[in-house]
Design a protein. Structure first.
Length: 342
């Protein structure tokens, strides 16, 4: 890839790639002390890299080919822009795949950068950085808890109280192996899923939340922020948007009652019925119900914990378009800027 001329010692141009279980995303942006200026806004391709990984613990050949095709497309985009650095981050599915080295080698041959398979904790930190660093909701009070609901995993990240610790500082984080793809593949086999399958999914999610709660004191949260495709898609549906518009979704506060009703409705739909809604990306049609059941349960459990621990009534969350991809870009840019000052 071409390297950028140093237009300014106070800014850098970086590219971030977020390769998850269900989708792969690219963003190019200029990072400075003033924030982030998008050069190439998010480019998203649903590749379902994590197809079957929960059962086989390896990438399927057809899933790899879909992902390589997206990488070749990203390489073309990157060839048209001069960047100071690129970071390719792979998450849940890649952590679990036995043939990940083949994947890493091929991606490196296409893009000239090797995928960095990050831990769930690092994934949580980056998502929290993006969600809280861009938060512009006046009534949002710390401590914040960020829910990053992906295809293969869901991260819960709690930040400081804004007094003893900065509100944007991570206090505790935990990555749960539950997500829209995993829940669909593990439990929601029928179309629409049966009540028994939904019950099994909820039991599975509850077990993971029980473990997460031993690490993350979820009851301390005063504001819930949700990031990822599932969260923003379900928010758009609850808002009644006929087509997806990230400018209308970002920063919206949605109450639990509306969220639960919308999630439950789409969970019980057939895939054919969901496909009538242009708000849902075609690549999410089959797994959005799995994501909805995770979102409902996590929100409900955080709300209950906050009330039980401190009598705090939490009955809404804020949807954010700024998740892991933005965190990758911001973190890389900040590190390069710090290096310039040394």
């Amino acid at each position: 890839m071409q390297q950028a001329n140093d237009e300014s010692a106070k800014s850098v141009v970086v590219a971030g790639i977020d390769c998850g279980t269900n989708s792969i995303r690219l963003k190019i942006a200029r990072i400075s002390a003033d924030g982030m200026e998008e050069i190439v806004p998010r480019v998203l391709r649903v590749v379902r890299l994590g197809q079957g990984v929960d059962q086989t613990h390896r990438f399927a050949d057809e899933a790899l080919e879909r992902t390589y095709a997206a990488c070749r497309e990203f390489a073309e985009i990157l060839s048209e822009h001069k960047v100071d650095a690129i970071r390719f981050v792979a998450t849940s599915a890649t952590r679990d795949a036995s043939n990940r080295e083949e994947f890493e080698d091929t991606v490196e041959s296409i893009l000239g950068v090797r995928p960095e398979v990050i831990s769930g904790t690092e994934e949580a930190r980056l998502s929290f950085l993006a969600a809280t660093g861009t938060l512009q909701v006046p009534d949002a009070k710390p401590p914040y808890i960020v829910i990053d609901l992906g295809g293969g995993s869901t991260e819960l990240v709690l930040g400081g109280d804004g007094v003893t610790k900065p509100a944007t500082e991570v206090v505790a984080a935990y990555s749960m192996n539950v997500g829209s793809v995993r829940m669909t593949e593990r439990h929601l086999h029928d179309d629409p899923p049966t009540q028994a399958q939904i019950h099994d999914a909820l039991d599975d999610i509850d077990r993971h939340i029980d473990e997460a709660s031993k690490v993350v004191p979820i009851g301390e949260a005063r504001t819930i922020i949700g990031v990822s495709g599932t969260v923003t898609t379900m928010t758009a549906l609850a808002m009644g948007l006929e087509t997806y518009d990230h400018t209308k979704v970002d920063g919206v506060r949605l109450n639990f009652e509306e969220t639960f009703a919308t999630d439950d409705r789409f969970l019980h739909m057939t895939r054919a019925e969901r496909s009538e809604y242009k708000t849902i990306h075609p690549g999410r049609i089959d797994v959005v119900g799995g994501g909805a059941v995770v979102l409902n349960r996590v929100l409900d459990r955080i709300g209950q914990a906050a009330y039980n621990d401190h009598g705090q009534q939490l009955d809404s969350f804020i949807a954010s378009e700024h998740g892991l991809l933005d965190g990758i870009v911001l973190d890389l840019g900040h590190r390069l800027l710090a290096d310039q000052e040394d």
